[in-house]
Design a protein around this ligand. Sequence first.
Ligand SMILES: *[C@@H]1O[C@H](CO)[C@@H](O)[C@H](O)[C@H]1NC(C)=O
Length: 245
Amino acid sequence: MKVQKQWSCFVFFLLHMTHTAWTQIFQVVGPSSAVLVFVGEDVTLPASLSPVISAQRFEVRWFRDDFDSPVLLYQNLQIRPEHQMQAYEGRTALFTEELLKGNVSLRLKDVRVSDGGLYKCFVDSGPWNEEVHITLNVEVLGDQPSISISYTEDQQTTLVCKADKWGTTPDVTWRDMNGVDLTSESSVTEERDNEGFLRVSSFIPIKQEFNVFSCLMRSKVPRPDWHSGLAIYGEYSEFMVSSSY
Ligand SMILES: *[C@@H]1O[C@H](CO)[C@@H](O)[C@H](O)[C@H]1NC(C)=O
């Protein structure tokens, strides 16, 4: 009799365990701000389950506007490309080994301008589902600026520094030949071309006849410096050239 009681207690405990496992409540956690990437680069949209539980047997669906036409769908332990949005074909992945740790982050390769916008990560365990929204901002570095001379109606000589194909408004800096910053005397205009890129023009009136002006357009989004290196493996000589946008 006593043994039987212990057994039923144990069975009840087991049932209880299974039940809580099935209805385990979780959240999908993403970054607190938008994710930034430069066009042509790869990016990870980070998302994970909290508390940390395995998502291996769950459905993980990354989508934009259309739930039924996902960016990536993981279901029944595998990636299902059948209904994937065509624009994302061959460019997406999950970190499959990381699913055990509740990491459902999306890897997106070779980012395009059209990838920018809102992404939803929907995770479904069966009895429970949750989603998180993540914004991806795609930054485009514009063309190199060029300077030209123009004259206003009152014959004032003005320099125009112009560059096409910017994704977001860059910082524009003007300097004279002594390196003095003249930016406060300039004004910027921008217009969108038919592909949605910005054409940026900065104007600065010139007072002195002889001077050299330089104009620098730089992305407001920080990016790592671009290093180009040249090493000469002679006896002592080695030097490095570096440049940054
Ligand atoms: C998920 O795994 C990838 C690959 O190991 C890692 O880069 C990323 O930081 C992880 N994300 C989270 C939210 O844990």
